[in-house]
Design a protein around this ligand. Structure first.
Ligand code: SF4
Length: 304
């Protein structure tokens, strides 16, 4: 069974950069950091493919990786109380992180700064850094999970199996780290968000929901080819949504998830990441459908 990256010998380069930390307008932090450019998880729906334009690579997305070497972070204490999102564009825990340890290096640099750490990943390699993560105040780790069906997962990405992600989430939560289940991207007619929520609700503090968007042409072509090949019965639905712009499916999903939340006594909000709750509180469900419109940016965002 394919469990993790099967990218054979991705083209790897070292690149220098002045600052690994940049400002962000994402709703999850004041700053973002991405220790790598490119992503060997190679998800077919990846919204970050546009990053290839800013590299010298000719290989397909998923088959190259630039490893950032940065200047030491100046005065880490100035970030005290601010939020940083690690992996805002691509996954900080790629298989290559085992060798290059750039994400761990950044965590070591920022340790003790008082910055609020948020990590997003599809890998259980994050468990390696549990000791460091625990040293951050109120740290949280999110796992992207858009299916419980391992066959579909294997069609989508080269990352860790769903079971490994779920186990890692549980381990971190048991260790007192806040965890997020990022149900994204929700594939119409395929992703069963309620089953995922049911599976994770005792092991996470937040559940984020995000719809599949296919604004990017290459992403749209790859996804539609997949749907035509594996789920031809869904073609009318996908055309309705992605050709004709219908939002009826998402409105119905919103209604069903709201109903699910009410049935479980869970709070359900839209586009709001401001809630701070006790660790023991049941998870808050945040619907981020079309969040980029709410933020009024054209930014494609991350689904790492
Ligand atoms: S969707 Fe995320 S994890 Fe997948 S290839 Fe893109 S950046 Fe990597």
């Amino acid at each position: 069974m394919r469990e993790e990256s099967t990218v054979q010998d991705p083209v790897i380069r070292m690149i220098g950069t002045r600052n690994v930390i940049t400002r962000t307008n994402l709703p999850v932090g004041d700053y973002a950091a991405n220790p790598y450019v490119g992503c060997t998880h190679g998800c077919i729906y990846c919204y970050a493919r546009f990053m290839k334009r800013f590299t010298d690579h000719h290989e397909p997305w998923g088959a190259f990786l630039d490893v950032k070497q940065w200047e030491p972070v100046r005065s880490p204490g100035r970030y005290e109380g601010k939020g940083i999102f690690l992996g805002s564009v691509t996954d900080p825990y790629l298989p290559e992180e085992r060798r290059f340890r750039r994400t761990r290096a950044l965590l070591e640099e920022l340790k003790g700064s008082g910055i609020r750490l948020s990590i997003q990943t599809k890998s259980d390699l994050v468990l390696r850094d549990l000791d460091l993560i625990q040293s951050y105040p109120d740290a949280r780790v999110g796992f992207s999970i858009n299916t419980l069906d391992e066959d579909f997962r294997q069609d989508m990405d080269n990352a860790a199996t769903i079971e490994r992600r779920l186990k890692a989430m549980e381990t971190l939560h048991d260790a007192g780290i806040r965890t997020t289940c990022f149900i994204s991207p929700i594939f119409p007619g395929i992703t069963d968000a309620e089953s995922i929520m049911e599976r994770v609700r005792n092991h996470c503090n937040l559940i984020w929901l995000e719809n599949l968007n296919l604004r990017d042409g290459s992403c749209r072509a790859a996804v539609m080819e997949y749907i035509r090949g594996k789920h031809p019965d869904l073609i009318p639905l996908y055309e309705d949504i992605y050709l004709h712009g219908s939002r009826a499916y998402w409105e119905e999903e919103d209604r069903k998830m709201r109903e699910y939340a009410a049935g479980r006594g869970l709070d359900y909000v839209r586009n709001d990441d401001t809630s701070r709750r006790p660790f023991e509180a049941p998870p808050l469900i945040v619907n981020y459908f079309f969040h980029e419109e709410v933020r009024k940016t054209g930014r494609k965002g991350s689904n790492a």
